[in-house]
Design a protein around this ligand. Structure first.
Ligand code: IPM
Ligand code: MG
Length: 372
């Protein structure tokens, strides 16, 4: 029986986005050919590239394609060239629009320290060896999207600006349920992070989390203020299994967690939405690193965060956990063979290029496939 192809949308974006997605596509093609994984891959322009070509960060037809896709692979957006534009017209608006329009409320950001990379973390090896935590960041609300927001001039002529941190009960509930379910598949520990000591939204967050917790008696819960969590992440990150937090705290804490693993270039992410009528969830996969314009075009960017995001896609959208394991294992293998981009290399090591990592990964996948 022939299997219906999964319909994937690839959005390379700006800076290193296209380079890392190119290597990811080679890996996608490999799985398509060697693992009977029929994929229909469409590609579209977003971010600064779309501003240059069409005058907007994301066009309505691209948004429409994204809604219909089984999964979206997103590179990165942004760059100095567009920094002068008003916020709503900047490249970043494309990813924010996608998260909001597709209701991608659970942004899953795992931070895993590979044994071969322990030495590359800025923290002591014993602090990060074996680290394996996940941050579940709320992705559709909070201060990123709250209204009113804006900039005005007071009667005295002073310019002021304001953003609005907003959370409703149902928005908190659904992301908490997601995080509890995830903790149940892992070590069974969930830490909720807020500023309930200062913010109204924080107080509501905590109340709702505690209410949701009643449905998950097997999960060990804890609460932490966001500032303390930032400190605990660098003091003793292995105390965490799953962290659930709001949009802004999640943004900040996930960069912090990323660096524990040795490089921001290693961190994948998945943004998962509500169930569609066809029973599929909208989902977008992207590396946590940004567009890194300073290194773009030099074939030196680390494509592994993008490729590991595809591994998450295999597991979460394509129901191919074995293939996801296979890909993650190949990544571990090339790292332990010393194949690393410049962000991970010590002073005596010669770095592998972006394309070189793609080559090495395909070689490892082929070699392992023969061994099977
Ligand atoms: C991230 C990024 C985005 C965010 C930017 C590019 C809008 O930093 O995904 O963490 O702030 O959410
Ligand atoms: Mg960020």
């Amino acid at each position: 029986m022939s299997q219906k192809p999964a319909n994937l949308l690839v959005l390379p974006g700006d800076g290193v986005g296209p380079e890392v997605l190119l290597q990811c596509r080679r890996v996608m093609d490999w799985f398509s050919t060697h693992r009977a994984l029929p994929l229909t891959i469409d590609e579209a322009i977003v971010g600064g590239a779309s501003i240059d070509l069409h005058g907007v960060p994301i066009r309505p037809d691209v948004l429409q394609k994204a809604r219909a896709a089984d999964a979206i692979l997103f590179g990165a957006v942004g760059g100095e060239k567009w920094d002068h534009l008003p916020l709503a017209q900047r490249p970043e608006a494309s990813i924010l629009t996608l998260r909001r329009a597709l209701d991608l409320y659970a942004n899953v950001r795992p931070a895993k320290c590979y044994s071969t990379l322990v030495a590359f973390s800025s923290l002591k090896p014993e602090i990060v060896a074996g680290l394996d935590l996940v941050i579940v960041r709320e992705g559709t609300s909070g201060v990123y999207f709250g209204t009113p927001r804006g900039r005005e001039t007071s009667k005295t002529g002073e310019v002021f600006a304001y953003d609005n941190q907003y959370y409703s009960t149902s928005q908190i509930e659904r992301v908490c349920h997601f995080a509890f379910a995830l903790a149940g598949q892992r070590k069974g520990r969930l830490c909720s992070v807020d500023k309930a000591n200062v913010m109204e939204t924080g107080a509501l967050w905590r109340e709702v989390f505690n209410r949701v917790a009643k449905a998950y008696p097997d999960i060990a819960i804890s609460h932490m203020y966001a500032d303390n969590c930032a400190m605990q992440l660098v003091r003793n990150p292995k105390q965490f299994d799953v962290i659930v937090t709001d949009n802004l705290f999640g943004d900040i804490l996930s960069d912090c967690a990323a660096m524990l693993t040795g490089s921001l270039g290693m961190l994948p992410s998945a943004s998962i939405g509500t169930l569609r009528a066809d029973g599929q969830r909208c989902a977008l996969y992207e590396p946590v690193h940004g567009s890194a314009p300073d290194i773009a075009g030099h074939n030196i960017a680390n494509p592994l965060a993008m490729i590991l995001s595809f591994a998450m896609c295999l597991r979460l959208s394509l129901a191919r956990p074995r293939e996801a394991d296979e890909l993650e294992k190949a990544v571990e293998q090339i790292l332990s063979d010393g194949k690393m981009t410049a962000d991970l290399c010590g002073p005596d090591q010669s770095p592998t290029s972006t394309t070189g990592i793609g080559d090495a990964l395909l070689e490892a996948l082929n070699a392992n496939a023969i061994k099977k």
